[in-house]
Design a protein. Sequence first.
Lengths: 372, 365
Amino acid sequence: MKKFNIFNIASLSAVIVMSSCGTDVTEPCTVNAPADYSFSIDGSSTVAYSGQTARLQMANELGSALSDPATTEAALNGMFNHQAGGMDFAGSGLNASSKQIRNKTANYSTASNQAHIHEHFEEWFEDYATNVAPAIAASTPAASGTAGMAGNRELSAKGFEYDQFVAKSLIGAMCLDQIVNGYLSATKIGDAVDNVTRDPNEDQNATAMEHHWDEGFGYVYGVDSDISTPEIDTDGLLGKYLNKYEDHRATVYNAFKLGRQAIVDNCSEVRDEQAQIIKETLSKVVALRAESYLREAAAADALSPDYFHALSEGYGFILSLQFTHTADGTPYFDHEAVDAMIVSLEAGNGFWDRTPAELITMADNINTVTGL
Amino acid sequence: MKIPYLFVFTILLFSCNGPNPIVDQDNYDRTVLLENITKNIITPSIESFQIALLDLNNAADSFNSIQNQINFSKLKKSWEQAYIKWQHVEMYEIGKAEEMDFAKSMNTYPTNTTIINNNINSAQYNLSDATWPSWSAQGLPALDYMLYGLDNDSNIVLGYYSGNEGSKYLSYLNALIAKMILNTNEVQNYWASNSDAFINSPGNTANSSLNLLTNDFIYYFEKGLRANKIGIPCGRWDNYQPYEKGVEAYYRKNLSKRLSLESLNACKKFFSGVHHVNNQSGESYIDYLLYKSGNNNLSENIINQMNESELALENLNDDFIQQLSSDNLPMMEAYDELQRVVVLLKTDLLINLSITVDYVDADGD
């Protein structure tokens, strides 16, 4: 706690000494963060992230469809792979939107890794629609090797709760990946990006760099009803879990605020430092959840609805680990390491066959790597 | 959004009113309260459940001899009585009951009809297995299925027991009842031999009797009553999609409201120190709170909110399944009323008594 307090004070007014090439010492730039995340030109806000809001809403509907017995495979793929005008969603404006979840899922992974992750999603959709949905409609009780209901949880034959798989995987594969490998990377906010040109008809009069930063912000706060505070009330993805950690929640919000002001003030060092803080802190949240859900599943009553639910959440957070970003820019676990964990969770009859000891070992291994 | 405010509130209360959250330094004699609850509420509640199970067993004996409609009706009636009595027992998951997962083996629902049918047909099962699949095929909910759920027509249900395969069904029915009696006897024995030690535990540490009891009570109110009976059926954690199978006594159909009200009544009596048998009042949380704060404000708030909850439950259809399919809103309202009690218990009551919560939320997110 103490560490974060000091850090928050420092981030209110950060002073960084610029000494990029040794001989040429420039004056340090100072950035004063605004009270909240509002930025405007001539009295009009320049902050916009409607595309992120749309994708978070789409993901929310996709999750709901994965506990609905009437869902079809085509409907699920339609939501994942939405094309403007397709009648895939109920939410207002989503059908007309050109935004899509699939093309922002593992978008910065290698082509083969991305294809592998997309395959997972498509397999889950198929299994859900083909096997789980009819079992729910028939009120079949779940058993090892049989899809059905365990308490109020909808399980596949291997004990997978697919709405949890999808939502928790998208926390990493979409939200976190888009932020750490996309919008807050050098390609989108580096010094080469245009931070001068403003056009009232485009991106709400923000510069390209400002807009990219706001789009990153949108993957955390895109459905929050009040972005003037660090609390996040309505999100179901990354924001929901960030909100559970008061210290990290304040850290991320303050860093978004200060970094955005740094862009306005053309202070690259503060901007980059805040971007790094955001990437690392959000990554910690994902890693903490992956570990804690494994422990929660291990502690739950054997083969109880709570056990399957916790482990399904854990599975998605584990998949998300490959999109984390640590101090040196590498993830806590890469695609192969994550795959190995997933394969061992799926082995045999899946979650029906896991033991608390296995899950605790996996949680311990995650903790050893993260040191959190 | 609410959590940080509660947190701030907590700090204020600690710093202004002074009770140390770790070591309780009051001179209140907790053993008087513990004695009333143990001797006049817990023990008699378990004993009357035990008697109800013996009635059930007698009815099953008659039914084993002659499978006719009269004996079947008596059997069902005694099951119903036992289920009502159980509502006064489930919250005491302490000592032997905790060790043997008493509540889970007695009242895990929805029951798993696939496992039950497999058990009936294979006659191979282990009712002592400490896993969810085993719990979900035994206890009061499994009997609910055996007595009401094998078919919609009660004559056809009776036919399962009197038909060619009848001995298989009777055998599983008897095994379920025997296991319930065995479990309950163990719990009753535990209290018979440990009551005095349990009462004579005046401290305020995580393992002191009043700490365990208070935590169990609040956990039961939150999970056993609020979540299981109302929250899960109304889909509180599933976008309010009604989940009919999650209703207690699903196959019996019109018992669910009765059981919820009985459960709430048990909680109210526990909090107010009202004896199980004769409705006399003894030393209670109300007295302890008066000692601590010098007034009855919190006790009145808690009782009033429990009464509001009762009104909200009374407002529901006798059969929650009917309620869910006609209009889920009253169920959601009942949930909200119960949740208001949970907040009072989990924050205000615990702070006032300087007791630390020993479990995490079970909201499943």
